[in-house]
Design a protein around this ligand. Structure first.
Ligand code: HEC
Length: 191
């Protein structure tokens, strides 16, 4: 066999061996990581493993808070099924300071999303019955898993009937995460 061809063959062979060794090393690293993760999970106390976030308390007195803004979501909007109607946003003192600071919310901030039916009558759009009271509560320790915010929805006028519960991460936070740059809050303060 021609010397040059032989050299190329040897090189490719060595290359293949080397690639194989690298792949095996990567696999070993991955399975070691997976094993370590499994070990850590197994070692976690049961209470920490429970995915349920701590419940968000009904925000007493929210109707006296500062009105931030309002919006009407009409039929045809992608979010109509979940959020169609008129909503008004309210902020407690801490949340108001957060809005004014340009989206930096301290623990204790609470924002309310008061969603009402929108009724058209006599060329007006009027408030109807309350559909849900959406709530965001900032507590960076309790709600660390969802960006420091606890999320809940209280059905209609109820202070106890919950619409979100353990689904906060997927039902609320997954979308609010898009505004991570603004501490997960979409709305802004209009002076
Ligand atoms: C598909 C996206 C989406 C989902 C899901 C969603 N939100 Fe929102 N949320 C918004 C948008 C957009 C606004 C801003 C509305 C405005 O400007 O009037 C908002 C505003 C809010 C506000 C006022 C603070 C802010 O971010 O402006 C609260 C409180 C709130 N949502 C609670 C909830 C809760 C509770 C859930 C889960 C049930 C939820 N949201 C699910 C998009 C979403």
């Amino acid at each position: 066999m021609n010397k040059a061809v032989k050299r190329v063959e040897q090189m490719t062979l060595a290359g293949a061996k080397e690639r194989g060794a690298r792949a095996r090393a990567t696999m070993a690293r991955w399975s070691a990581q997976a094993a370590a993760a499994a070990f850590v999970l197994a070692a976690l106390p049961a209470a920490l493993q429970a995915a349920d976030p701590p419940p968000v308390a009904y925000p007493q007195g929210w109707r006296e808070w500062t009105h931030v803004k309002s919006m009407v979501i009409q039929p045809g909007h992608a979010l109509f099924d979940a959020f169609g109607g008129i909503h008004h946003l309210y902020a407690n003192k801490q949340a108001l300071a957060g809005y004014r600071a340009g989206g930096k919310f301290a623990d204790g901030s609470v924002i309310v999303f008061d969603l009402l039916e929108a009724k058209s009558a006599d060329n007006t759009v009027q408030e109807g019955a309350r559909k849900v009271l959406g709530v965001m509560v900032k507590d960076s320790r309790r709600y660390a898993a969802t960006g420091g915010w606890g999320y809940e929805g209280f059905k209609g006028d109820s202070k106890t009937e919950r619409a979100v519960g353990a689904n906060a991460a997927s039902a609320c936070h997954a979308c609010h995460q898009a505004r991570k740059d603004n501490d997960h809050v979409f709305s802004a303060w209009r002076p």
